[in-house]
Design a protein around this ligand. Structure first.
Ligand SMILES: C[S@@+](CC[C@H](N)C(=O)[O-])C[C@H]1O[C@@H](n2cnc3c(N)ncnc32)[C@H](O)[C@@H]1O
Length: 246
């Protein structure tokens, strides 16, 4: 007999524990992360303006991107105090926010760009909170501003052709975003953290972004191993650029 599922550990606790290993883990994914970074630069094309890196992790990726996108001002935010401390130690962001603080964003000027990179949205526990975050980010953008976001793909063909076809059929015929929720054990330094995450379908992301008031201007997939970019949205991580209407 199985009892009720163990509650999953919150993202702040897990990333506090993982922070020290984060850089070396990140480096194992460099082909795909660099491909996403190239898409970010291409999209912003020298017009990044005032930028918020939301869910910035240890801040290193945002700092490297900064060198290329040359923002007018750069801010970072995260939920993990350990990650925030690492962002602050880089000394690059004008301010680094703890998103759990009430009114954390009150000092931000209207933003030209929000980057929300590497499945930050998939760390939120349910559709309602994901919608709430996208609405919050939408509100922080100035009219005409751009959200750049990438998320894990439930329809990635690399999970097996049969499985992907089946998922695409069931998700089209009987959509239920909760199917993308996963539970797993995250072992960090010998400690087991019951964790959860979310994989998105392309249609779900279209719905979430559009409902938040954003217009999608780019949607591609980035292959998890090679970084190849494809318009076929079964080919890797889902990358979107979306704008707030002016
Ligand atoms: C996979 S890491 C990505 C970090 C960074 N964007 C990058 O690409 O290197 C996910 C980050 O999202 C942060 N995070 C999770 N839930 C969050 C939330 N609700 N608000 C802000 N940050 C969150 C985690 O603490 C972690 O630093």
């Amino acid at each position: 007999m199985t009892g009720p599922a163990e509650p999953s550990t919150d993202a702040a606790t897990i990333y506090d524990a993982f922070a020290q290993k984060y850089r070396s883990y990140s480096e194992t994914k460099s082909d795909y992360l660099s491909a996403v970074d190239r898409l970010v630069c291409e999209q912003l094309n020298g017009r990044a303006g005032v930028v918020l890196d939301y869910g910035a992790g240890d801040g290193v990726r945002g700092a490297n991107l900064c060198e290329q996108i040359a923002p007018d001002a750069f801010y970072q935010a995260d939920v993990s105090n350990e990650m925030i401390a690492r962002c602050r130690s880089l000394g690059l962001a004008k301010q680094v926010f703890q998103v759990q603080d009430p009114d954390w964003s009150k000092d931000l000027p209207p933003l030209d760009t929000v980057m929300c990179l590497w499945n930050v949205l998939g760390h939120l526990p349910d559709t309602q909170s994901r919608r709430a975050l996208l609405s919050e980010l939408h509100a922080l953008l100035r009219p005409g501003g751009t959200l750049i976001i990438d998320v894990n793909n439930r329809h990635y063909v690399g999970y097996g052709a049969f499985k992907t076809v089946w998922r695409r059929i069931i998700d089209a015929v009987k959509p239920d975003y909760a199917r993308g929720d996963i539970r797993f054990n995250w072992a960090i330094d010998g400690v087991d953290f019951p964790a959860s995450g979310h994989f998105f379908t392309p249609a779900e992301m279209r719905d979430l972004l559009q409902t938040a008031g954003l217009t999608i201007i780019k949607a591609v997939a980035v292959h998890y191993a090679t970084g190849d970019v494809s318009e076929n949205l079964t080919r890797g991580q889902l990358f979107f650029a979306a704008t707030k209407s002016s």
